[in-house]
Design a protein around this ligand. Structure first.
Ligand code: BG6
Length: 300
């Protein structure tokens, strides 16, 4: 099934390796191996579907019911949400970037053993509603997973106004034993209460019903403590003012055709981006660089 392969030995003598495969639904997929981890990335949406550190459970949740089809988003992993977040009248939810086939521009197994891959969003009819721009997505696989969405406004005269979000689905042991810290004091829009504005008063957020919240003006790191898996996940970000926390819980899970009825127990989304009043107004010729680094290890 492998169509080609690239390999370079790291300083440790361990190869960083990229293999090109037909993935699920025969969509082209890249399998990346490093001394510390493995990852899978589809060109469809430039979608990271797997990242697993050696001797650790997978970091990313992927639904058993996900579609792998042209025109449909993948349920799980890291959908790239761009150039808008949420619904937009007459257009799809969460932008078109997650359903386009991105071009692989370069991949580089580095001397330190990490592997970086750069993808570019292709020209498409939907993009022509906006001014000229480039969107690149750089994924670096090593001991951690680093993601950079780099958007350049190519217009000489006009701002480019957009939203972005790396909609990360984390794999957890049991939603009832998970706490999320780093958001105390932040203002959020509560989507399950008609977008009412609230303030987070908890040091650690526990989830025991549907949660769909947009935290605004949040720049600090978020930690997910997972009692069942005995793991702590850290989300560090730059050029991101918004954090979205989402778990569909029971009723919504049952309504989603590409999500298992019980899968809400094993996932939580902690999404980093710039949405709503945090949207980006990029001046002509300028570049925005949304960066997210995911690390994990045993909970103390
Ligand atoms: C979250 C939104 O980011 O994504 C939720 O806040 C939404 O409202 C969820 O339900 C999933 O969206 P989709 O389009 O992938 O089903």
């Amino acid at each position: 099934m492998a169509s080609s392969e690239a390999e370079k030995k790291s300083d440790l003598g361990v190869p960083g390796r990229v293999i090109f495969l037909d993935g699920r639904g025969e969509l082209p997929m890249l399998e990346v191996s490093t001394a510390w981890s493995t990852a899978e990335i589809y060109l469809h949406g430039a979608h990271v579907t797997h990242f697993t550190r050696k001797n650790e459970p997978p970091l990313l949740f992927l639904s058993q019911c996900s579609r792998f089809e042209q025109g449909q988003p993948i349920r799980g992993g890291i959908p790239v949400v761009f150039p808008w977040f949420g619904p937009r009248e007459g257009l799809g939810q969460h932008g078109f970037a997650r359903v386009k086939t991105w071009e692989l521009k370069e991949f580089a197994p580095a001397p330190d053993g990490s592997v970086s891959l750069r993808f570019r969003l292709p020209d498409c009819p939907e993009a022509s509603a906006f001014g000229p721009f480039n969107a690149d997505y750089i994924v670096t696989v090593s001991d951690s997973l680093k993601l950079e969405l780099v958007v350049t406004n190519k217009s000489r005269t006009d701002e480019f106004v957009f939203e972005n979000c790396l909609h990360t689905y984390f794999e957890i042991g049991d939603i009832c034993t998970v706490s999320i810290s780093g958001l105390k004091g932040a203002t959020y829009l509560d989507k399950v209460a008609n977008f009412v504005e609230k303030t987070e008063t908890n040091e650690a957020i526990h989830i025991n019903s549907e949660v769909d919240r947009i935290y605004l003006n949040t720049q600090g790191a978020i930690e997910i403590s997972d009692g069942r898996l005995g793991r702590k996940i850290r989300v560090e970000k730059q050029s991101s003012l918004s954090t979205v926390i989402w778990n569909p819980w029971i009723a919504k899970a049952q309504q989603m055709p590409d999500f298992g009825n019980e899968e809400y127990e094993r996932m939580v989304c902690v999404e980093s981006g710039n949405v709503g009043s945090n949207q980006i107004r990029l001046p002509p010729g300028e570049t925005s660089r949304l960066t997210v680094k995911l690390t994990s290890g045993p909970a103390q």
